[in-house]
Design a protein around this ligand. Structure first.
Ligand SMILES: [Mn+2]
Length: 429
């Protein structure tokens, strides 16, 4: 692996937490991510299913994890099945995990080749009442392909129709929302790589530079620092496209007098980071750009301070909206009287700020976590308010990743410049 080995206590503890949440006499199954095909004989780069990674640290296709806390055979309480390697695989694809290596990475003592899966699974199923299967219950998931998990679910229900089926998703959504210290440190590593990339482009951006050249500088820094690459598609949006929320074409030349909005984050050891900075292409904000920028920065600071235990995403979004409303009135974009009498179901600020302020972040950039669950220490959320004025071609978003603690929130990106003057100084330095 490209990253330094992860302390396997992380995976051992994660499995213990999961096992505690299963009903008695249960077996839970976790499948690897799919190897996604291209049009001909190519495949896309393999990305592990984040639940399997969370529970095992195994970063390899075709892996299956069984957790059966009440197994009659002691060594079957946790079993990892991995793809059996061969001389041919070694020649074409290179090194795969040996059973010993997989045991060391995951902390699971019983590791078999996948050829033994069906026989052992049958044995465990026949002594279990409940079968826990994994389905994608992310609220915004839009899955049209039949995933490995979905194929397994069909096969399993046909093979064992009279068992009681249970969902692992609510448990994983609960567990993964709160990060352990090992996970927070991995997220810090990802943020540190992102910071290096940001500092690299500070001196690079000038009129005439192309958006994809900025993207290339960023990805270069990611890869040099043991990241597999961006945790999500990088947004490098200049001029009017600063107002396009998911602009990823990154194909324009940046012009003097425009802003460039960059939303990017390095992946490290499976963990994401997620940063947004908005900069003047020339190295100096115009007075109007600066006014909008400072307004967004004030909102970002105020919102960060609200990421405290007990608050919920829903209450938080409402409170942030109030701050944004005031700033929009200050910028002359909204009329105070109109705001006072607005329809609460269609608040006026949404014309200029049309997305949520925060999302959970971890193994997935939009990580698991219920919007109704009060914030708790150990949760990591982004804080990314923005103001987008399409009529003026000015879009500003500022985003840092924040760790919720017992007391004041910890900004994991506190060392990444955000003040307008500091950014101008560094661009001209
Ligand atoms: Mn984000």
């Amino acid at each position: 692996m490209r990253y330094s080995p992860i302390d396997n206590r992380l995976f051992i503890e994660n499995r213990a937490k999961l096992a505690q949440r299963l009903k008695p006499d249960s077996v839970a199954v976790f499948n690897a991510g799919d190897v996604m095909p291209k049009s001909a004989d190519g495949v896309r780069r393999f990305i592990q299913h984040t639940d399997l990674f969370y529970l095992s640290g195994i970063d390899q296709e075709e892996t299956i994890l069984l957790i059966c806390p009440d197994a009659r055979t002691g060594k079957y309480k946790e079993i990892l099945f991995i793809r059996e390697t061969s001389e041919k695989i070694a020649i074409w694809e290179g090194q795969k995990y040996t059973r010993e290596e997989a045991a060391a990475v995951s902390g699971i003592k019983t590791v078999y080749w996948t050829s033994r899966f069906e026989q052992i699974f049958r044995e465990l199923v026949c002594e279990s009442e409940h079968i826990y299967l994994n389905t994608n219950e992310h609220l915004r998931a839009d899955v049209s392909v039949e995933t490995r998990d979905a194929r397994f679910l069909k096969w399993c229900q046909a093979a064992f129709p009279l068992h009681k089926y249970e969902r692992t998703a609510p448990i994983l959504h609960d567990l993964r929302a709160v990060k352990s210290s090992i996970e927070v440190n991995l997220i810090r590593d990802a943020c540190a790589i992102t910071e290096k990339a940001f500092r690299r482009v500070l001196a690079f951006i000038r009129p005439g530079v192309w958006e994809y050249e900025i993207e290339a500088e960023i990805h270069h820094e990611f890869l040099k620092n043991r990241s597999r690459g961006p945790a999500y598609e990088s947004i490098i949006a200049s001029g009017p496209d600063t107002c396009v929320l998911h602009y990823v074409k990154n194909d324009k030349q940046c012009k003097d007098g425009e802003l460039v909005l960059m939303d990017f984050g390095a992946e490290y050891a499976g963990y994401a980071s997620d940063l947004t900075r908005t900069m003047p292409v020339s190295g100096r904000f115009t007075p109007r750009q600066r006014a909008v920028y400072d307004a967004v920065l004030r909102v970002q600071r105020a919102a960060t301070d609200m990421l405290r235990p007990g608050n919920t995403l829903k209450k938080y979004q409402k409170a942030v909206a109030k701050v944004v409303e005031n700033e929009l009135i200050g910028l002359g974009l909204l009329d105070a009287e109109a705001v006072r009498t607005q329809n609460p179901d269609a608040p006026l600020y949404q014309k200029y700020f049309m997305h949520g302020t925060s999302h959970h972040m971890g193994l997935d950039v939009h990580d698991y976590g219920s919007r109704h669950r009060p914030f708790e220490p150990g949760m990591v959320l982004t804080c990314e308010p923005g103001i987008y004025i399409r009529a003026e071609g000015i879009g500003v978003r500022i985003e840092n990743d924040i760790l919720i603690t017992e007391n004041a929130p910890t900004d994991l990106m506190a060392s990444i410049p955000a003040e307008a003057e500091e950014i101008e100084d560094l661009m001209n330095g």
